[in-house]
Structures are given as C-alpha cells and as structure tokens.
Design a protein. Structure first.
Length: 55
C-alpha cells in the first residue's frame, strides 16, 4: 500500500517541476537593452592625478 503513495508523490513532484520550468521559460528577458545611463561618471579619457597639498 505504500507503493502507490510513493508513485503519487513522484508524479506530483514531476508535475510541479514541469510547471515551474514552463513558467520560467515563458518570461521575456531584456538583456540586450544595455544600461539606462551612459557615461555616468564623466569622460574617462584621462587618468586623474592627485597631488599632495603644500603647506
């Protein structure tokens, strides 16, 4: 009598897994869009130089 309950449990888990995989496969991801803000920190064509203050 324990065998049918194991099979039922396995079937339920398989159905839940299939439903989960189907749900995640139908979503649309916009990974090709790129960042919303370009050059957020200004131009990076030169290296910043930090000098010590003279006393």
């Amino acid at each position: 009598m324990t065998e049918p309950s194991k099979e039922d449990t396995k079937k339920k888990f398989r159905e839940a897994l299939e439903k989960k995989n189907h749900k995640s496969a139908t979503t649309v991801e916009h990974k090709d869009g790129g960042p919303k803000v370009n050059n957020a920190h200004g131009p990076s064509d030169h290296q910043r130089m930090f000098r010590r203050k003279s006393i």
